[in-house]
Design a protein around this ligand. Structure first.
Ligand code: GLU
Ligand code: MG
Length: 452
């Protein structure tokens, strides 16, 4: 990063730190998300924030080849004990953490020690894809849904004991966990997170929060912030928040659905057009690019073997490579919204789960969509009903190994990610395939449900 930019950041950080100190905030957590989907952190005392903004904070590049169990692999460009990077906080996103008194948070971008952008920084990758869209006059608006399962932290025995065991989508669960859910809402509101909805989900102890759409990097930042806030509130209530794709195999798991809309100037291209269900030709081509690339995108959005225990037909997880209007079994659900609201139309990629790095997801989806636009692709006919029973739709990969084969061959994803990041992701995926090879589904779930 250029020196004047860093000097400006330093002086902004000095002012921010003074305000934080006045608010009794003593530590700032600087996070990034690794390729396995784990949020890693370096924290600084508030008094060092200005220094961090000017010089960055040291961190090993080897985190990019860590697996979910903290073991590591190596890749063509990244791995091993050598080298160091600098983490720079994005001060525009600096947030006082309501459920962690005395703490603030900022997402970090990673640079080489000589100031060059680090080629495998996932957040910088997402930003590059935003810029690639901008170069065509396009803007993406995105939002992640957060699903999680709440369990009693001190429960005896091996399995989780669910908190809020009332019926699916039942008010009983909201009553049972009334104080907890209020505290989640209160903490998010205090952090200026615009919550749209909170509700009990299907699986025992499961809830979902959805937040207002943002720019793609902002949406990924929010996914991190929302999750860590829920985790912190849960801990204060003696609860564990489980964000793994499956808590127990055989049931409905946690998704991390991505909503997106495509804009040119102030016009939402997902509506008001002459294409299917009112989408414009540009939106259709973008969504067709995403749909066509889904088998490879799964290696980004469903990155753990555990995710394939979730991504099963007839669980609203979107296990088929098809799209449909408001179809919750299609991997790509199109939503027109109220007919008199031109801003509401959007698409939801349902197949992704919370093990995914949200920066990789936003960036890779944009890359696939832009490739679809380049090829002026069109969508196949929409699918109504459950493809598991109606037939005719291709099944998405049913294992990580299968998704990895598609990913390894993906021309648009390799080009967009660049070799160092692409190869690191590939190595991590292969590493997790091996890690869980032959492991019983219940043990895969147990080893991953509390890791993300
Ligand atoms: N929990 C489901 C999943 O695994 C999604 C349920 C919903 O449609 O919100 O993706
Ligand atoms: Mg849901």
């Amino acid at each position: 990063m250029a020196r004047p930019e860093r000097e400006r950041a330093e002086s902004a950080a000095r002012q921010a730190a003074a305000q934080l100190t006045a608010q009794d905030v003593h530590g700032v957590a600087l996070t990034f998300v690794d390729n396995a989907g784990v949020t890693r952190v370096k924290a600084v005392p508030t008094s060092r924030l200005a220094h961090a903004a000017r010089w960055g904070v040291g961190a090993s590049p080897s985190f990019d080849v860590f697996l979910v169990d903290d073991s590591s692999v190596t890749s063509r460009h990244i791995g091993g004990p050598d080298g160091d990077l600098r983490l720079f906080p994005d001060l525009d996103r600096l947030t006082v953490l309501a459920a962690q008194p005395g703490w603030a948070w900022a997402p970090a971008d990673r640079y080489e020690q000589d100031g060059r952008p680090y080629a495998a920084c996932q957040r910088l990758f997402a930003r590059r894809m935003v810029e690639a869209a901008e170069a065509r006059g396009l803007r993406l608006s995105m939002g992640f849904e957060t699903e999680w399962v709440v369990a009693r932290a001190d429960a005896p025995g091996p399995g989780p004991r669910y908190a809020g065991a009332g019926p699916a989508y039942g008010m009983a669960r909201v009553v049972e966990l009334s104080d907890y859910l209020r505290d989640v809402l209160e903490a998010l509101a205090a952090q200026d997170v615009a919550v749209l909805q909170i509700h009990p989900e299907f699986t025992p102890g499961q809830f979902e929060v959805s937040v207002a759409a943002a720019d793609p990097v902002g949406a990924a930042d929010l996914a991190v912030l929302v999750r860590e806030t829920i985790r912190a509130v849960s801990a204060r209530h003696g609860l564990d928040a489980l964000f793994g794709p499956v808590v127990e195999p055989g049931g409905v798991g946690n998704g991390a659905h991505l909503h997106l809309s495509l804009w040119r100037d102030e016009r939402n291209l997902c509506g008001g057009g002459t294409g299917p269900h009112g989408m414009t030709q540009e939106c259709e081509a973008f969504l067709s690019g995403v749909l066509g690339e889904l088998p490879a995108l799964l290696a980004v959005g469903v990155p753990s073997p555990a995710g394939y225990l979730r991504l099963e037909p007839s669980r609203w997880a979107g296990a088929f490579q098809c799209w449909g209007l408001e179809n919750r079994e299609a991997a790509l659900r199109f939503i027109t919204g109220a007919p008199d609201d031109p801003r509401a139309a959007n698409a939801e990629v349902k197949c992704f789960d919370p093990a995914a790095n949200p920066y990789l997801v936003t960036g890779a989806v944009i890359a696939a969509g832009l490739a679809g636009m380049d090829e002026r692709r069109t969508l196949p006919p929409p699918v109504a009903g459950d493809p598991a029973t109606t037939g005719g739709s291709p099944r998405l990969p049913s294992s990580l190994a299968e998704a990895v084969e598609h990913f390894a061959r993906s021309v648009p994803l390799r080009a967009a990610l660049g070799d160092p990041l692409f190869e690191a992701i590939l190595a991590v995926r292969k590493g997790e395939v091996k890690l869980f090879d032959g492991v019983a589904p219940a043990d895969v779930a147990a080893a991953t449900r509390g890791r993300y």
